[in-house]
Design a protein around this ligand. Structure first.
Ligand code: ZN
Ligand code: ZN
Length: 343
């Protein structure tokens, strides 16, 4: 599939990615598992070789990053190995062992990189997919009042689109996102939100399910896997709304519709990063399941919702602010009706 960030064929349909999951990070008989102490400086500055199978142990790749960053003067003399940044593997999923990385399987988030260093990392280290400047922020919206412009990190080189795979009682769900503009998630074998949405849908058997703060679309896509006839997604943040629609396409094999039309391209959506009045940005074509994706403030979403919404997930950021959460839930019940839950 064409990637909206780099324009290359760097995105796979869910089944292609899942079919390769057992082998993607597995070593061959010749792969070397040399580990390095992350809390100490690297003393051996010879670049660890890539195995003949084309993979390298993650520690060796990080050591290679460290060597280049040291040469470029981006790290202090005694900087420990871990100071290169946060490695995010592609695809990310719950793993029993550390990975042997193939080409273009690592997005690096680093506080210490500059654009020229990032370009060098992408050019010289085959496993690197993209390098993101870590500004120390959580990208995207962080409160429902939509105050100010959300923070973003910055893609400096390569492509920072990567997938996480979440295992459910049904099919695994594959969720792509552009890492510089969406928050980091580390899939574990056990994901309480995934379980929660499955339990609610089996219990209430909704005909119309709303994923009102959809992020990259995980919960609503699970609802689609559970055969809910009508699913409405919404997020005010352009990247979240866009990747929700894109992920419906990625996971289409287990959704009974004839594909999804995304009505805006990524660049167009970037021009309106936060939208309050809901606008439809994607809709399924044909089939027995109807999927709609909106970009907007979820508190204005009731105006465009059909009358038969019978279950809503409100994945609020401010879960600990009890009074606020209660008033949001009460308001939703009154205006929309049906069951509502916080996953
Ligand atoms: Zn890409
Ligand atoms: Zn090997």
């Amino acid at each position: 599939m064409k990637c909206p960030v780099c324009g290359e064929d760097c995105v796979q349909y869910a089944h292609e990615l899942i079919d390769g999951l057992n082998d993607v990070f597995a070593p061959c008989n010749h792969c070397e598992a040399r580990t390095f102490n992350k809390n100490a400086p690297l003393t051996d500055t010879s670049v660890p070789p890539v195995c003949s199978c084309g993979k390298r142990f993650i520690d060796a790749v990080i050591a290679h990053v460290y060597i280049i960053m040291r040469e470029e003067g981006a790290l202090e003399d005694r900087a420990p190995l871990k100071s290169v940044g946060i490695p995010l593997v592609h695809p990310g999923f719950a793993m029993a062992n550390p990975p042997y990385l193939p080409e273009k399987s690592l997005v690096l988030l680093s506080k210490s990189v500059t654009a020229p260093i990032a370009r060098r990392l992408v050019e010289e280290i085959p496993e690197i997919r993209g390098v993101v400047k870590d500004r120390g922020v959580v990208p995207g919206l962080s409160d429902i009042d939509l105050d100010g412009l959300p923070d973003e990190n910055e893609l400096l080189a390569g492509c920072d689109v990567r997938a996480n795979v979440f295992f459910t009682q049904e099919e695994p769900v594959v969720i792509y996102k552009q890492q510089s503009v969406m928050h980091i998630e580390f899939p574990r074998g056990y994901d309480p939100k995934v379980i929660s949405v499955g339990v609610k849908i089996r219990h209430f058997q909704p005909t119309t399910f709303v994923d009102a703060l959809s992020g990259a679309g995980k919960l609503g896509i699970i609802a689609a896997f559970l055969n809910v006839p009508h699913i409405i997604f919404n997020d005010a943040w352009y990247a979240a709304a866009y990747w929700t629609a894109y992920n419906v396409r990625v996971n289409k094999e287990h959704i009974d519709s004839d594909g999804i039309n995304i009505l805006y391209d990524y660049e167009e959506m970037k021009a309106h990063p936060v939208v309050t009045e809901p606008r439809k940005i994607a809709e399924s074509a044909g089939g027995n399941q109807h999927i709609e994706v909106y970009q907007g403030d979820f508190r204005q979403l009731p105006a465009v919702l059909p009358p038969d919404v019978d279950l809503t997930a409100l994945d609020l950021f401010e879960k600990r602010q009890r009074a606020k959460v209660k008033s949001v839930l009460d308001d939703w019940k009154q205006r929309v009706g049906g069951e509502v839950f916080i996953p």
